[in-house]
Design a protein around this ligand. Structure first.
Ligand code: NI
Length: 169
């Protein structure tokens, strides 16, 4: 495993649509392992392949298994070719940051729940139903695969005060 360099706005790679993964080969396995390591090192709660300069539809997410216990055990998700297949009608505002947009946070309206399907790292179908922060993280990461950055959707963006934190992905 190796750390990859995170790319920042205005790098054009963050504005392009990533390609569907078709080969579940060793290059993909290395990319996924590197993305997990890079996300953990940052640290962040999620990372999309375009953020390390790779235009492939791959995301990794790692967040508390129990949303009520943010410091409790974490669950790692690896999703290839993810697709949001269902969203809640309900939306809520929350504060987001992004490893590719350092030094800023923003308030973004997101669906409070969703169902996402895709493939795992071996190419087998997986499906997750997620709520709350996890749903927010998935929407943020999948946006990256379509060249969308949270600041595009934010109702406002600002420089956080000291001690003001938001999960970054
Ligand atoms: Ni991001």
């Amino acid at each position: 495993m190796a750390l990859r360099e995170i790319v920042f706005l205005p790098d054009p790679v963050l504005r392009r649509k990533a390609h569907k993964v078709t080969a579940f080969d060793s290059d993909l396995q290395v990319l996924i392992d590197d993305m997990i390591e890079t996300m953990r090192e940052a640290p962040g709660v999620g990372l999309a392949a375009p953020q390390v300069g790779v235009l492939q539809r791959v995301i990794v997410v790692e967040y508390a298994e129990d949303e009520e216990d943010e410091d409790g055990p974490k669950k790692l998700y690896v999703l290839v070719n993810p697709e949001i297949v269902q969203v809640s009608k309900e939306t809520e505002l929350g504060i987001e940051g992004c490893l590719s947009v350092p030094g800023l946070v923003g308030e973004v309206d997101r669906h409070t729940g969703l169902t996402v399907k895709g493939l795992n790292r071996r190419g087998q179908p997986v499906k997750y139903k997620v709520n709350g922060w996890l749903a927010r993280i998935f929407q943020h990461e999948i946006d990256h695969l379509d060249g969308i950055v949270y600041t595009d959707r934010a109702t406002r963006v600002w420089k956080p005060r000291e001690g003001e934190e938001a999960p970054v992905d």
